[in-house]
Design a protein around this ligand. Structure first.
Ligand SMILES: Cc1cc2nc3c(=O)[nH]c(=O)nc-3n(C[C@H](O)[C@H](O)[C@H](O)COP(=O)(O)OP(=O)(O)OC[C@H]3O[C@@H](n4cnc5c(N)ncnc54)[C@H](O)[C@@H]3O)c2cc1C
Length: 431
């Protein structure tokens, strides 16, 4: 009988496993893949750094050679310049950087760390069925072609978008207004700025889609586009052709990609915004993407996976000693994770209005609004009143922009007058 069984060895599962194992709990993790495996979600937020300290991970992350990310840049498709923000300028910023990571390597560091912390980790071992009883849970797992079952007092579902329990209990609800799709790939040779500006995540907002450029290593960049699933379906193009065409249509991106070479397959992820109606039961908790996922625009996924993994481990650790507190502590867990997801949901809803980008691209540092928005972009989902009221004012300005413009209106349509030049130098994009 294990104390806790965990389905999934991504950031949520590894964080929960490492913390519980370090607290002396008997933990078992089942991961269906062999790590390292490809995963999307490569740009991290600085508010995960505290969790990395608690987990004792910094040295391993530095040894793995992940590049430090100092902030981001958001651009409109109709302009060559955007608004840059640096994490050091966030409201009460505690760190000036996070990391840009190749997820295969990052997730392996975390899962190995959980194992070294004392968790029993089984890779290439998918969990099939799950059955609950009054005093625990029984999992049917498959490894090396044979099936067996294990028992644990509690179950954590950290199976990501697969949402093993969410599907079993039919509690996974999609957000109909966020039925987006993403097409992405890795490229070598994408132009980037010198110095810390070359570490920023670049987001380009066009009329009906947005693009990301995330520097992964010295030479490699992750590039992707997000749009309504319906728009892609109607195009009748293959993912490869759609991505190539969409990137070529954006001069700011095309200039940076003049010498770029595709070095991975082209991936597609669809229908990615949803939430589970419940995040806990008597014997189970959902964490990370298994609990919910809100659009990739603000790179909040891994942050929320680690944040919820940490809270999940803390709740279970207390409940293992005091089972009678389970109802209260699990409910508290659910509230805190839902609250964090709500903050990003509101931010994402605003992002998909044109007024958001118009306000964002005309920043005026009044009332410390920029620092508050920057803090939320960095993962500050605490209950800080100084941040909350500034965010209300920010949303009010976005609303006001629709009715009484206070910032220049943008077309978000690329300027057509210039030909795509032969090199980034010719385009004047060298720093
Ligand atoms: C297009 C796109 C772009 C994104 N960009 C970013 C970004 O820039 N930054 C960011 O922070 N986030 C980003 N995300 C989100 C990020 O990928 C996820 O939020 C994050 O990976 C969640 O971590 P997790 O541990 O919950 O789940 P995962 O990382 O998905 O891990 C779940 C694990 O469970 C395993 N599993 C599933 N089913 C079973 C089973 N039955 N048995 C055993 N194991 C199982 C899987 O193999 C997997 O390894 C993006 C997401 C999308 C769709």
């Amino acid at each position: 009988m294990y104390d806790v069984a965990i389905i999934g060895g991504g950031p949520a599962g590894s964080t929960t496993a490492a913390l519980l194992a370090r607290a002396g709990r008997r933990v078992i993790v089942f991961e269906r893949e062999k790590f390292p495996r490809f995963h999307i979600g490569e740009s991290l937020l600085p508010f995960s750094m505290k969790a990395f300290t608690r987990l004792g991970l910094h040295e391993k992350l530095l040894r793995a050679g992940f590049i430090k990310k100092y902030g981001g840049e958001i651009m409109g498709a109709c302009s060559d310049t955007g608004t840059k923000f640096y994490f050091k300028d966030g409201y009460r910023s505690q760190t000036d950087h996070s990391y840009q990571v190749t997820r295969g390597d990052f997730d392996k560091v975390l899962l190995d760390h959980a194992r070294e912390s004392g968790a029993e980790v089984h890779e290439q071992t998918p969990v099939g069925s799950v059955e609950f009883s009054k005093d625990g849970v029984e999992l049917a797992v498959r490894s090396n072609g044979s099936s067996h079952s294990i028992r644990a007092r509690y179950l954590v579902d950290a199976s990501g978008r697969t949402s093993v329990l969410g599907r079993q209990f039919k509690i996974k609800k999609t957000y109909d207004h966020l039925q987006k799709l993403s097409i992405f790939a890795h490229y070598d040779g994408v132009w980037r700025a010198e110095g810390i500006d070359g570490t920023l995540t670049v987001l380009v907002r066009a009329v009906d889609r947005w693009f990301w450029l995330i520097p992964l290593t010295a030479g490699r960049t992750s590039v992707g586009v997000v749009l309504d699933s319906e728009t892609f379906r109607k195009s009748k193009l293959s993912a490869e052709d759609f991505l190539e065409q969409a990137l070529a249509e954006q001069p700011t991106i095309a200039k940076r990609m003049t010498n770029a070479r595709l070095v991975s397959r082209v991936y597609v992820e669809a229908d990615f915004s949803y939430r589970s109606a419940r995040l806990h039961g008597d014997r189970w908790l959902l964490t990370g993407d298994a609990a919910g996922f809100i659009d990739p625009i603000f790179s909040s996924g891994v942050f929320l996976a680690i944040f919820s993994g940490e809270k999940c481990a803390d709740a279970l650790n207390a409940v293992l000693d005091h089972p009678r507190k389970a109802k209260r502590l699990f409910a508290k867990y659910e509230r805190s994770v839902n609250r964090a997801m709500d903050i990003y949901l509101r931010f994402v809803d605003a992002w998909y209005t044109k007024e958001f980008i118009e306000i964002f691209l005309a920043p005026r540092n009044v009332l410390g609004l920029a620092a508050a928005v920057n803090a939320v972009l960095g993962g500050n989902v605490g209950n800080s009143f100084p941040i909350r009221w500034r965010m209300w004012v920010f949303y009010f300005l976005v609303w006001l922009q629709r009715h009484h413009p206070i910032a220049p209106r943008l077309t978000l349509v690329p300027n057509k007058q210039e030909e795509t030049p032969a090199s980034p130098q010719a385009a004047g994009v060298v720093s």
